[in-house]
Write a protein that binds this ligand. Structure first.
Ligand code: ADP
Ligand code: MG
Length: 702
């Protein structure tokens, strides 16, 4: 059967080369299979035909049957319209068109019975339906169509080429008749039975042409389950293979370096959350299995010291460790703070970034291979092949979302036996998303900030209140503090426009805060790296009062003396970005402020985002609101790189229970059959391979 489904779409009756090209370009439908998996986005109930005397504007889309009594065109230019009076004997309704008038006027015939479908609304004393769907009525046709009629999404381009939802419906009908009895099940029978799922052929028939609402829901359930199940199975299988085949380095003891650091060097007591996480990590490191752990902790929660203490366990057991940061500035900051914390202990620490000088680099490489260097801190430069460790035992990756899964894999390959991996992120990830994106990682959470932190005060002002904001900035600078002013980086395509915003902003800041009394630097993504680093370093060293920037500062810099974060056009930022930016202040002992500037008029979602920021500092709460506001579409975008399956029906924001269920099913299968070698599970492996292949089929990228 797979050969039927892989048939090119142009061979389907009613398609042909021209339509095939349109379907490919506009909807990504290349094959029969693509069409089959192109689900309707809704179904409409066409089982009932209303009388015109019954209809009112509170009804949803309705159907009526009747005849055109008369029609005429009126107005000129943009106001041109076509009106028809439509009657079924019980009453009459007006049908109105603003577009396609000439074509409709030619098509409409008196004395023909039409089936009209649309939403009624009231204009003055008369009910009217704008741009109704119409077709000639065949007696009793509503019964043949079935109760629920699928509606497929189309594009303007398709519509102008006369490919409507109806056309696609017709294609789906031909396809269904071709595949009848030939569609092969994609789940093993025992899973279908145990979990009382619809079979694939049944589900495919009912997702397109459901016999009832109940059957439609069952079909959705089966197909959603399958999507989520295979994602989870793929992720968990990877983990299972790793654990079966790969042994982890055993760090059996906590030794001198860890203990001396803890008792002699640590400048503060650890929070309970930090202690708990270190215990979790220690347990993993001693288990004989390779650790893959995600450490989530809000900005400022103290992840660095947890990473450092984990690295010291590696050192105590005769291994090397490394920490990889997404930017040079961040790597340098890690290096400086870790070197300072370790001062006086016989642990050697190196720094390797893109701008490390060649001679120094060679030395680093040598001492690394000789095993003289215990801890290496750096950027992507660590991934280069020339960087070889003697015995890398632990890799820490900071700010995960900046690194792809592939890069993670590359780090595993650094040694014959892969090192333990600790991934740290300051972006709290809702559970469902974490399970999908990082489902092969165990998760630790630091859910407590160090004591004495004053939460950042968040204020929202409209652009009209700029004077108040400037006053606040002046007051803070007078008190010796520093200020960030951030502009949104909207889209690649709007780079220039955005730069103009930034420059205008910079100029108005300089006008309000003139040199030499005030020093303002500017930082944005299109600057040469040297210039950027120079501006950054002026600010980091306290030589500039104000930094005007795009979101390049989103990740990284730690300037405890900065107490004000002004975010311009805050309504254009996503919630997690706003939260990340806010985390740049409030790092010292002083009261800090995050000031959200926006225009006066705001969309409902923008207002909700800004209100959420003002009302809470809790990153997880913010992440949950974010997931709800953004909905599934956007999140799937985030997922693209992370998972092999496109979610067509299931949604991470609304199907979290089913996700958890599907994960449970996948887990229990792997518990008894860790490599899926049991004959009844062969189908599962095959399907995972098919999915991976489909994903790698580059010919589809048009
Ligand atoms: P993040 O989790 O954002 O990486 P850092 O590790 O940079 O946070 O820590 C932020 C600041 O908090 C640092 O200056 C660090 O020294 C300090 N810090 C970390 N843990 C504690 C603690 N238990 N008590 C007091 N200060 C701490
Ligand atoms: Mg950090």
């Amino acid at each position: 059967m797979s050969n039927i489904l892989s048939t090119e779409i142009k061979f389907l009756q009613g398609v042909g080369p021209k339509r095939a090209e349109l379907l490919q370009k506009e909807l990504g439908i290349f094959t029969f299979s693509d069409l089959l998996y192109f689900y309707p986005y809704k179904h409409i109930d066409r089982s009932k035909i209303y009388k015109i005397s019954e209809i009112n504007e509170d009804l949803p889309y309705i159907q009526i049957v009747g005849k055109i009594l008369r029609f005429d065109e009126s107005g000129v230019g943009r106001n041109k319209r076509l009106n028809a009076i439509f009657s079924d004997g019980s009453g009459s309704v007006e049908l109105v068109w603003f577009k396609g008038i000439a074509w409709m006027a030619k098509w409409l015939k008196p004395n023909v019975e039409y089936l009209v479908f649309g939403k009624a609304s009231r204009f003055g004393s008369r009910m009217s339906i704008a741009h109704p769907e119409m077709e000639e009525y065949l007696f009793g046709q509503e019964k043949i169509m079935g109760a629920l009629q699928p509606v497929y999404s189309t594009t303007e381009k398709l519509k102008s080429n006369r490919i409507s939802s109806k056309t696609i419906l017709g294609l789906q009908q031909s396809l269904q008749s071709i595949i009848v009895g030939k569609l092969e099940e994609t789940l093993p029978p025992y899973i279908i039975e145990q979990h009382k799922l619809m079979t694939l052929p049944e589900a495919m028939r009912n997702i397109h042409f459901p016999q009832s609402v109940i059957l439609l829901r069952k079909a959705e359930h089966r197909l959603k389950f399958e999507e989520l199940f295979y994602i989870q199975l793929g992720i968990l299988l990877r983990q299972s293979v790793r654990q079966t085949r790969v042994n982890g380095h055993v760090f059996s003891k906590v030794g001198d370096m860890f203990n001396r650091f803890y008792h002699e060097k640590l400048p503060f007591p650890l929070t309970e959350a930090q202690k708990r996480v270190i215990r979790e990590i220690r347990k993993d490191l001693g288990s004989g299995k390779q650790m893959n752990r995600l450490l989530q902790g809000d900005v400022g929660s103290g992840k660095t010291v947890v990473a450092l203490m984990s690295m010291l366990i590696a050192v105590d057991n005769g291994y090397q460790a490394c920490i990889m940061a997404p930017t040079e500035i961040l790597a340098i900051q890690h290096y400086e703070s870790i070197a300072a914390l370790l001062e006086g202990l016989p642990v050697s620490v190196g720094l390797l970034t893109g701008s490390t000088r060649r001679s120094e680099r060679n030395n680093l490489h040598k001492s690394l291979e000789a095993g003289e260097l215990n801890i290496l801190i750096g950027t992507h430069a660590l991934l280069e092949d020339v960087v070889k460790f003697k015995n890398l035992g632990l890799t820490v990756i900071d700010e995960q979302q900046r690194f792809g899964v592939l890069q993670r894999a590359k780090l595993w390959e650094k040694n014959d036996d892969p090192p333990h991996i600790l991934v740290m992120t300051a972006t709290p990830i809702p559970r469902t998303l974490a399970m999908t994106l990082y489902g092969d990682l165990e998760v630790s959470v630091i859910d407590e900030l160090p004591p004495g932190r004053k939460p950042v005060k968040t204020l929202h002002y409209t652009d009209l209140k700029r004077n108040v904001v400037f006053g606040k900035i002046r007051e803070q600078i007078k008190a010796g503090r520093q200020v960030y002013v951030v502009y949104p980086l909207i889209k690649e395509s709007e780079k220039m426009e955005n730069l103009k915003d930034l420059q205008d902003g910079y100029e108005s800041i300089v006008r309000a805060f003139p040199p030499p009394e005030y020093v303002t630097v500017v930082v944005h993504g299109q600057m040469k790296p040297e210039d950027k680093d120079f501006s950054m370093s002026l600010f980091v060293k306290g030589k500039a009062h104000i930094m005007v920037a795009t979101t390049v500062i989103e990740v990284g810099v730690n300037v405890p003396n900065a107490t004000v974060m002004v975010i311009e056009s805050a309504e254009r930022f996503g919630l997690s970005q706003l939260h990340q930016l806010r985390g740049r202040v409030g790092r010292g002992a002083d009261e800090s402020y995050c000031i959200l500037m926006s225009q006066v008029k705001l969309s409902v979602d923008s207002r909700k985002r800004l209100e959420t920021m003002v009302s809470t500092n809790d990153g997880f709460e913010i992440a949950e609101v974010d997931l709800k506001l953004r909905g599934p579409g956007d999140i799937e975008g985030t997922m693209q790189s992370g998972t092999p399956i496109e979610l067509k029906l299931a949604s991470l924001s609304t199907d979290s229970q089913l996700l958890q269920y599907a994960r449970g099913v996948a887990k229990s299968i792997l518990t008894t059959d860790p490599l899926l070698s049991n004959p009844q599970n062969i189908k599962l492996l095959q399907r995972l391979n098919e999915i991976a292949e489909a994903k790698n089929d580059l010919s589809r990228i048009s």
